[in-house]
Design a protein around this ligand. Structure first.
Ligand SMILES: [Fe+2]
Length: 217
């Protein structure tokens, strides 16, 4: 299954979305072997575990993964941590694949309302990237860094494990996976190098689209 729209209404049983590009097309910044393991093994495992947690939950099976995460208090305590971790893993990785794209020099910058909002909030794209990198480097252990929209206002946040900004009703429009499984094969312990190179494969058109959607929610 391939879907490219954040508003796609997928419910149980969840399935692994295809990558929207070839495994090797983020080279040389993110290597093919990492993409294969990350997508085919790690993301697939989150989905398998999420489906197992929801196997006997008729009512919860009607909710999208975003709805599950935004309503964790409705999830029985016995499976709440599983849904948080593996539902988060599914939502986060689905976004992650989509906000990246093969490097295209002519498309390698945000435009339109998004760059205006970045300039208003952070002063410039470069300052935004520096702050984002700093927060990402400060994330101890496994987790994510995010650019989120809260009714159109941009913020940079980070989350531990597979927690998503959706838990706090913030809309993620760009996310960076800093679990070691995302970069260790190519960059080993050099998280800073991974982050620096990652900026080359941002799908700014997708980030702009998500920002626009966050304004109408
Ligand atoms: Fe990951």
């Amino acid at each position: 299954m391939n879907f490219t729209n954040f508003s796609f209404k997928e419910v149980y049983m969840f399935t692994l979305p295809d990558l929207p590009y070839a495994y090797n097309s983020l080279e040389p910044y993110i290597d093919e072997a990492t993409m294969r393991i990350h997508h085919d093994k790690h993301h697939a495992a989150y989905i398998k575990n999420l489906n197992e947690a929801l196997a006997n939950q008729d009512k919860l099976q009607m909710l999208t993964v975003e709805e599950l995460l935004q309503n964790l208090s409705r999830v029985p305590e016995t499976i709440r941590t599983k849904v948080r971790n593996h539902g988060g893993g599914h939502a986060n990785h689905t976004l992650f694949w989509q906000v990246m794209a093969p490097p295209e020099p002519n498309a390698a910058a945000p435009a339109g309302d998004l760059i205006k909002a970045i300039n208003v909030t952070f002063g410039s794209l470069l300052t935004f990237q520096e702050k984002f990198t700093s927060i990402t480097m400060g994330r101890f252990g496994s987790g994510w860094a995010w650019l989120v929209s809260v009714s159109g206002k941009l913020e940079i946040v980070d989350t531990p494990n597979q927690d998503t900004p959706l838990l706090e009703h913030k809309t993620p429009i760009l996310g960076l996976d800093v679990w070691e499984h995302a970069y260790y094969l190519k960059y080993q312990n050099l998280r800073a190098d991974y982050i620096k190179q990652w900026w080359n494969v941002i799908n700014w058109r997708e980030v702009e689209k998500r920002f626009a959607q966050s304004l109408v929610k």
